[in-house]
Design a protein around this ligand. Structure first.
Ligand SMILES: [Zn+2]
Ligand SMILES: [Zn+2]
Length: 252
């Protein structure tokens, strides 16, 4: 499916030099106080100014099942692919398309300790939650213990906890575990990702049983990880799975 999302012009970050500066995270590392992470203008209480925030690649008309753009001519709420072969989860919500500069902000959040982004991302993600009963449970996609030791923090857990605080839904970061490191997923195609992920997650305990689960991750690329985890959660007795991510990768 050809995407309808136009590449936005970025007035302040238009030069390659500026792009490289941001890509190397030097500016992000050197930021002070309440400066906007993108344009360095005052950002009040947030880490982005309202101008840069408004210019981000926000999702608009997308499939409720996979969060990919719907054809402009279609009045359907789900894309053709989801209608013919529905994913294991019930709904997919993403705040942004995974494009510049969200890709850089997520990298800064994930690998460069820019944890000030937690509250902003959590606020935007919480606003995307579908209507759910009180007993719904927020579950973060777990990081492998080796990666946690390497990075020193688990950004998805931080997001899940902040979304839990905002929504009042409980957060469970112990029932789902990553039992195998699958860090090298990045360059694999969807089918290879799926086979690489077999047996990489396990669920335990009764807490997931008969509850709708909000499965939180930073980025959905092919959806293979979320699909494998959805299976594990449903096999453990979860009532349904709703995926919630910061950003969704557009099809190539
Ligand atoms: Zn700005
Ligand atoms: Zn779809």
């Amino acid at each position: 499916m050809k995407t309808q999302v136009a590449q936005k012009q970025w007035p302040i970050l238009a030069t390659l030099a500026r792009y490289r500066q941001l890509a190397s995270s030097k500016i992000i590392d050197n930021m002070r106080g309440n400066q906007c992470l993108l344009c360095l203008q005052p950002a009040q209480s947030r880490c982005l100014c309202s101008g840069c925030l408004g210019d981000l690649p926000w999702q608009e008309r997308v499939c409720e099942r996979c969060a990919l753009p719907l054809p402009t001519t279609s009045a359907a709420k789900q894309c053709f692919d989801c209608q013919s072969a529905p994913p294991r989860w019930q709904s997919a919500q993403a705040v942004f398309h995974y494009q510049f500069p969200i890709d850089r902000l997520i990298a800064a959040f994930k690998y460069h300790h820019q944890l000030a982004l937690t509250d902003l991302f959590a606020e935007l993600m919480a606003a995307k939650l579908p209507p759910l009963p009180e007993h719904a449970l927020i579950v973060p996609v777990p990081l492998h213990p080796d990666r946690l030791r390497e990075r020193g923090y688990d950004q998805t857990y931080l997001l899940a906890r902040a979304i839990s605080r905002r929504s009042g839904l409980a957060c469970d970061a112990t029932s789902l575990k990553r039992t195998r490191d699958t860090a090298m997923q990045k360059n694999l195609h969807r089918d290879d990702r799926l086979s690489n992920l077999q047996g990489a997650f396990s669920c335990s305990g009764q807490r997931l049983c008969h509850r709708p689960i909000v499965l939180v991750d930073d980025v959905m690329t092919t959806g293979a990880t979320l699909s494998v985890i959805s299976d594990a959660l449903l096999n453990q007795g979860a009532e349904s799975v709703h995926t919630l991510v910061i950003a969704r990768t557009l099809p190539a």
